[in-house]
Design a protein around this ligand. Structure first.
Ligand SMILES: [Zn+2]
Length: 420
């Protein structure tokens, strides 16, 4: 039976077997791509971006900017673009209707059937997607930094990525993910979007969302799961290192704060755009494709600085009819520590507001930097030990991204020579 994803369309999978791939790539011009595009080639080929089958043409990108929808009306909020310079177009001799071979790490990765060469007013695109064209917004800087032309057309993967340890168990593409959910018998699954190592505030965010999704289930099908879906892509200095994020999230299951019966950790390749509300809608689209029924949105979801009101994302999502975006939103509250209750509590729950201690990113960061084990109500000891260990093992002495990490880290995936 076909698996149906976002927009009511069958989950896209565009991957050739090695023998066929070898034949098809013969004689194609090779164009090397950077990591952002390699991430997106994987997302396209494995169906994370269903119904997209390739990089956008102008009509889709314009629809996304004007109406937050593809040309056919499917909800979509972030343009998926393949940028190229005019000089490259003429050097490679690229024309509409050409097929080229995209290479990554000097090896063949995907065939790109070019249907359209186009351009766009990028200031206008930024204003539409980010609500600003200020280049101190990191998404705007990325988008306005694109080369001046775009190529639209379908992508076919010719060489599957080799996912390097310790990430390999966490690469679960949409069709595989849906199979896993069936095996687990989960009839509701709520996703936790993260770029963090979890403290107990995050843990309770997940537990609260789990209870909310669980609450709606029929008694004969009572199983409900939490999927942690870490966004893995370009890093900024001071972020947690990817190894710490993914392993520490999974540690909550391994140490029994959750279990196999209700918790799974996975990753999605994507370079964050920090588009706030628009990025929240985009996250929802890809999570529909992963087979999720519920999506958590925290305060200031995927925001940056003070560009977005903390609840802009909730407002935008509430305005989209459910039949157009088939995933139930779970708007999460802020969990915090109440010394009076001596427990983790939620905003609006107990009446000791004056005593509440919020989980500030800065506080947690200073705890981790000091390396002194915090109270278990703030940070689970197993998670704390593991974040320290990850710093030693993968982070050149720090669980936070440094220049040394950026230069010398093991890539999350590699593209090797094409073997048949
Ligand atoms: Zn209290």
């Amino acid at each position: 039976m076909a698996e149906i994803g976002h927009g009511g369309r069958e989950i896209v999978e565009r991957i050739l077997a090695p023998a066929e791939a070898k034949k098809k790539i013969k004689g194609l011009k090779a164009i090397p791509i950077r990591s952002q595009l390699a991430n997106e080639v994987i997302d396209l080929a494995y169906g994370w971006f269903t119904p997209l089958q390739g990089f956008m043409g102008k009509a889709d990108a314009d629809g996304v900017c004007r109406n937050m929808a593809l040309a056919d009306g499917t909800v979509w909020s972030i343009p998926i673009l393949f940028d190229i310079t005019e000089a490259e177009i003429s050097d490679y001799g690229i024309k509409d209707g050409d097929s080229v071979l995209l290479t990554y790490m000097d090896n063949p990765m995907a065939i790109f059937d070019i249907e359209e060469i186009w351009d766009y007013d990028m200031q206008d695109m930024c204003q539409c997607v980010y609500g600003t064209a200020e280049d101190k917004h990191p998404g705007v800087a990325r988008t306005c930094g694109y080369k001046e032309k775009f190529l639209g057309g379908k992508i076919t993967l010719v060489n599957r990525p080799k996912i390097n340890p310790p990430y390999d168990p966490y690469f679960i593409p949409p069709l595989e993910m849906r199979k896993k959910f069936k095996e687990k018998g989960w009839s509701a699954i709520v996703v936790h979007q993260t770029r963090n190592v979890p403290h107990t505030g995050h843990e309770w965010l997940m537990k609260g969302a789990w209870a909310q999704a669980y609450g709606g289930l029929p008694i004969e099908k009572p199983l409900c799961g939490v999927l942690v879906n870490a966004i893995i892509g370009a890093k900024r200095k001071g972020d947690y290192i990817d190894e710490a994020i993914i392993l520490c999230q999974d540690e909550l299951r391994k140490s029994g704060y959750f279990g196999d019966h209700n918790h799974l950790t996975s990753l999605t390749f994507w370079d964050m755009r920090y588009a706030g509300p628009k990025e929240a809608v985009f996250h929802a689209c890809i999570r529909v494709n992963l087979g999720l029924t519920h999506h958590m949105y925290g305060r200031d979801h995927a925001g940056v600085g003070d560009y977005y009101d903390p609840y802009d994302a909730h407002r935008l999502l509430q305005g989209i009819p459910r039949e157009k975006l088939k995933i139930t939103p779970v708007y999460s509250m802020n969990w915090l520590y109440c010394p009076h209750c001596a427990e983790i509590t939620s905003e609006g729950l107990c009446n000791h507001k004056k005593e509440w201690q919020k989980f500030s990113g800065t506080l947690i960061r200073s705890i981790v930097q000091d390396g002194v084990k915090p109270p278990r109500l703030i940070f689970r000891p197993e998670v704390f030990d593991l974040v320290m260990e990850c710093g030693e093992k993968y982070g050149f002495g720090s669980p936070f991204v440094t220049d040394q990490y950026l230069e010398n880290r093991t890539p999350v995936f590699s593209i090797g020579p094409l073997s048949a």
